[in-house]
Ligand binder design. Structure first.
Ligand code: PMP
Length: 458
């Protein structure tokens, strides 16, 4: 068997990791956790350390680790048919069944799904769907996509542009000119502390109206947003936000893409996050919870109205000129079918609602009045705490102090994994949907202890 030292050496010498400081990693100055196995909400590294994974990988292992039902479905599929493409009308039992299962779980007016590999490529597909549809409708200039600051929609060229976090733009010459950003619905960081939620919603709506006015509604094809901001800081929208935004989009004939890569299939305690917030999208992006990351698979769910336009376009102009070799990959599809069955059989959407409510309350009780906690927020099994030097005055910590990274490091010493979100002093939580209240207590206790350990000296 390979030793850990051997693996670490190869890792430093040969492996370029995503979202990693390459130099530090190559020089051995940063973490190098080699994960070996997982079961339920726990993972174990090669040194035998066991962690409660309160971020479910990258908020994707919704059914938890080590599910033999999914492993066996993947194995059966690989033995029977490891691959066949889905071009020009080809399918497999798994991919067709999964399309039906997705349609059954989507809002009633959405019944068609285009499968991809991950969230980024699904959003790339969505942009091309919008451009194609606007072309078929005879208005090719309706091409720009509005996204929000702090939104996360992927890290490709157009999807990295849609992402409203500057580390994903800087030094890449992004965003591309087709993407424009509007205000983040981030009540904690509202322009004035005396603004009510309703006033802040009106402010976000006015900012969107002003942007549409500046750019010209006839140049804007679609708006994209996550029901609740994820990677941008796990931020639920202020009351009335989605109603206000949808009214404006409707008025200006702008399509709505709900990016449900994180919220799809239960995380907020409803099958879809759109349902939770009364969103009626034209397109929904799905990925992570579709297979619980047992295999890569994503999708773009399209409304019946948009499908009519796609039908008209391809009747007139020939086949839709867009596809991936691995679209609807049978192994991903088999994982998806087994995964969605498990979500139902284990009652995980209900658990996300019930245990999620317990989690939100437990975090608020334990940390709501901590002297370095500015905000505790979340919905279902998605939560965050935002740290500040002085919540009373709103003074922030210096980024250079890396307080959040230190707290998350201390949490790992207490065998709990949370995520230091990429922008701001924000600790994110998004555990597997099968987590129990006792395991939630473990997460909350570790967070409090770690925070006190880091801030005790301040
Ligand atoms: N959309 C959202 C809302 C996401 O959270 C993510 C990934 N965190 C993506 C898109 C991109 O997905 P992927 O990393 O699979 O490309």
């Amino acid at each position: 068997m390979l030793t850990n030292d051997q693996l670490s050496q190869w890792d430093r010498e040969n492996f370029l990791h995503p979202s990693t400081a390459f130099g530090q990693h190559a020089r051995g100055e940063s973490a190098n956790r080699i994960v070996k196995t997982g079961s339920g909400v726990f993972i174990e590294d090669r040194d035998g350390n066991r962690f409660l994974d309160a971020f479910a990988g990258l908020y994707c292992v919704n059914v938890g680790y080590g599910r033999t039902e999914i492993a066996e479905a993947i194995s059966r599929q690989a033995h029977e048919l490891s691959y066949y493409h889905a071009y020009v009308g080809h399918g497999t039992e798994a991919s067709i069944t999964l399309a039906k299962m997705v349609a059954d779980r989507a809002p009633a007016h959405m019944n068609k799904v285009y499968f991809g590999l991950g969230g980024s490529d699904a959003n790339e597909t969505n942009v091309k769907l919008v451009w194609y549809i606007q072309n078929v409708l005879g208005r090719p200039e309706k091409r720009k996509i509005i996204s929000r600051w702090r939104g996360y929609h992927g890290s490709g060229l157009i999807t990295g542009s849609l992402t409203g976090l500057t580390p994903f733009h800087n030094k890449f010459g992004l965003p591309l000119s087709e993407v424009v950003h509007t205000e983040a619905p981030y009540y904690f960081r509202r322009p004035r502390k005396d603004m009510s939620e309703a006033e802040f919603t009106a402010h976000c709506a006015a900012e969107l109206e002003a942007l549409i006015e500046r750019e010209g509604a006839d140049t804007i094809g679609a708006f994209i947003g996550e029901p609740i901001l994820g990677t941008g800081g796990i931020v639920p929208p202020p009351a009335g936000y989605w109603d206000a935004i949808q009214a404006i989009l409707k008025k200006h004939d702008i399509l709505l893409i709900a990016d449900e890569v994180v919220t799809g299939f239960g995380r907020l305690g409803t099958m879809m996050g759109s349902t939770h917030y009364g969103i009626t999208p034209d397109i929904i992006t799905i990925a992570k919870g579709l297979t619980s990351a047992y295999a890569p698979l994503s999708g773009s769910i399209v409304s019946d109205d948009l499908f009519k336009v796609l039908e008209e376009g391809t009747d007139k102009f020939g086949p839709f000129g867009h596809g991936w070799t691995y679209s609807a990959h049978p192994i991903g599809a088999a994982a998806g079918v087994a995964n969605l069955k498990l979500v139902d059989d284990l009652g995980l959407v209900q658990n996300a609602r019930d245990t999620g409510a317990y989690f939100q309350q437990a975090l608020k009780t334990a940390l709501g009045s901590h002297r370095f906690v500015g905000d505790v927020r979340g919905e279902g099994l998605m939560a965050a705490i935002e740290l500040q030097r002085d919540p009373a005055t709103g003074a922030d910590f210096d980024a250079a102090d890396k307080v959040t990274a230190q707290v998350v490091g201390e949490m790992a010493k207490r065998h709990v994994i949370a995520r230091a979100m990429p922008q701001g002093e924000i600790i994110g939580f998004a555990p597997p949907l099968c987590i129990t209240p006792a395991e939630i207590d473990q997460v909350v206790d570790a967070t409090v202890d770690a925070l006190n350990a880091v801030t005790g000296a301040l």
